[in-house]
Design a protein around this ligand. Structure first.
Ligand SMILES: NC(=O)c1ccc[n+]([C@@H]2O[C@H](COP(=O)([O-])OP(=O)(O)OC[C@H]3O[C@@H](n4cnc5c(N)ncnc54)[C@H](OP(=O)(O)O)[C@@H]3O)[C@@H](O)[C@H]2O)c1
Length: 316
């Protein structure tokens, strides 16, 4: 995957030390001659072609040199939303996304040989909760509460950066499913404890995507020259009750105690997180990707979960 015959291919991942970064490094990194991980902390490379470059995720510095000649820049930086939305955490959730995007923008603008393509993460949570009407890129309703507002400001910061030499893509990701980490890891742990019943009334939809389809959509966006905003979710959107039932069956769990909304709220408070992450209905359709002929390897939840659980057993 080289831009020119004699130039080594380069991938830069800002925020590449986190959950999605690790997925990409494992599944996509090998396609590039060089992979640069931009991180706030000195870390050891995990793969032979990796270089670690430090930055503060908010200001321009010597790190911008790593952007020179990159084929693809991916930005996954952002304080985790899995926390209580205190004033301080709200500020950090927003700032870490907007300021890292602006710092990268300044670096890309200043580059002599800027990245050919820049993919910035966003979230399917940018759309208002919907139980019966799929939210698409062109017709989805975007709201203004804290989480939707963060996504809007994050995307606006990215969209406003004038980089004519760099193709810009936003992926509005649903819950990316991997065997033991991320959201699925937490849900499986609940299921194994007998607590994997429906949350709230269970009718809220869940927008998810298998990790392989996430990485494949990202690579396709780069290789097929997509530009603009794309929903990165599987085309099937089970209710929370159906999702948990499928997961219980695959895990062989005999029972799964339901948690009414008040209990989810109490539990979230005790666990230092927000009930919204579980109770909001996310019914997000990958319309533009499907129109472009993108083929999901795991369009169906049962298949996706079967694969992730058996995959883990093979690895173990
Ligand atoms: N995981 C999903 O299913 C999912 C779904 C939809 C959207 N997203 C979005 O996609 C992005 C990546 O997700 P992820 O699950 O990989 O997140 P993650 O595991 O929390 O990793 C995010 C990275 O951001 C950096 N970071 C954390 N706090 C920061 C702060 N206060 N200031 C600056 N940088 C900070 C960290 O890198 P260093 O410590 O190395 O600097 C971290 O590795 C996030 O913005 C997330 O909201 C994720």
């Amino acid at each position: 995957m080289k831009r020119t015959e004699n130039k080594p291919s380069k991938l830069v991942i800002a925020g590449g030390s986190g959950f999605l970064g690790k997925v990409l490094r494992r599944e996509v990194g090998r396609f590039f001659d060089e992979v640069v991980i931009l991180t706030r902390n000195v870390r050891k490379p995990e793969h032979p072609n990796e270089h670690i470059v430090t930055w503060d995720a908010r200001t321009v510095g010597p790190w911008t040199r790593c952007l020179e000649g990159a084929d693809l820049l991916i930005n996954l930086t952002g304080r985790s939303v899995n926390c209580r939305y205190t004033q301080e955490n709200r500020r950090e959730i927003l700032d870490s996304r907007v300021r890292s995007t602006l710092a990268l923008g300044a670096g890309v603008i200043a580059a002599e040989d800027p990245p050919e393509c820049w993919i910035n993460a966003s979230s399917a949570t940018i759309y208002e909760g919907s139980r019966d009407e799929p939210q698409t890129e062109d017709r989805g309703r975007i709201g203004n509460d804290f989480s939707m507002g963060v996504c809007q400001k994050w995307e606006a910061a990215f969209n406003d950066i004038p980089v004519p030499g760099t193709r810009k893509v936003i992926l509005r990701n649903g819950l990316v499913l991997d065997s033991e980490e991320g959201a699925l890891g937490e849900l499986r742990s609940l299921v194994r404890k007998g607590l994997g019943g429906a949350a709230g009334d269970g009718t809220q939809r869940m927008s998810w995507v298998h990790r392989s389809d996430f990485t494949e959509m990202l690579l396709t966006a780069w290789k097929d020259r997509w530009e603009g905003i794309f929903n990165c979710t599987a085309p099937e959107h089970p209710t929370n009750a159906a999702f948990m039932k499928t997961l219980r069956r695959i895990e062989g769990a005999q029972i799964g105690i339901d948690a009414p909304a008040w209990l989810v709220k109490l539990g979230a408070q005790l666990m230092g997180t927000e009930a919204e992450l579980v109770l909001k209905s996310r019914f997000v359709m990958p319309k533009k990707a499907l129109e472009r002929g993108f083929q999901f390897k795991y369009p169906n939840l049962e298949q996706a979960l079967q694969h992730l659980v058996s995959d883990e057993k093979v690895v173990a």
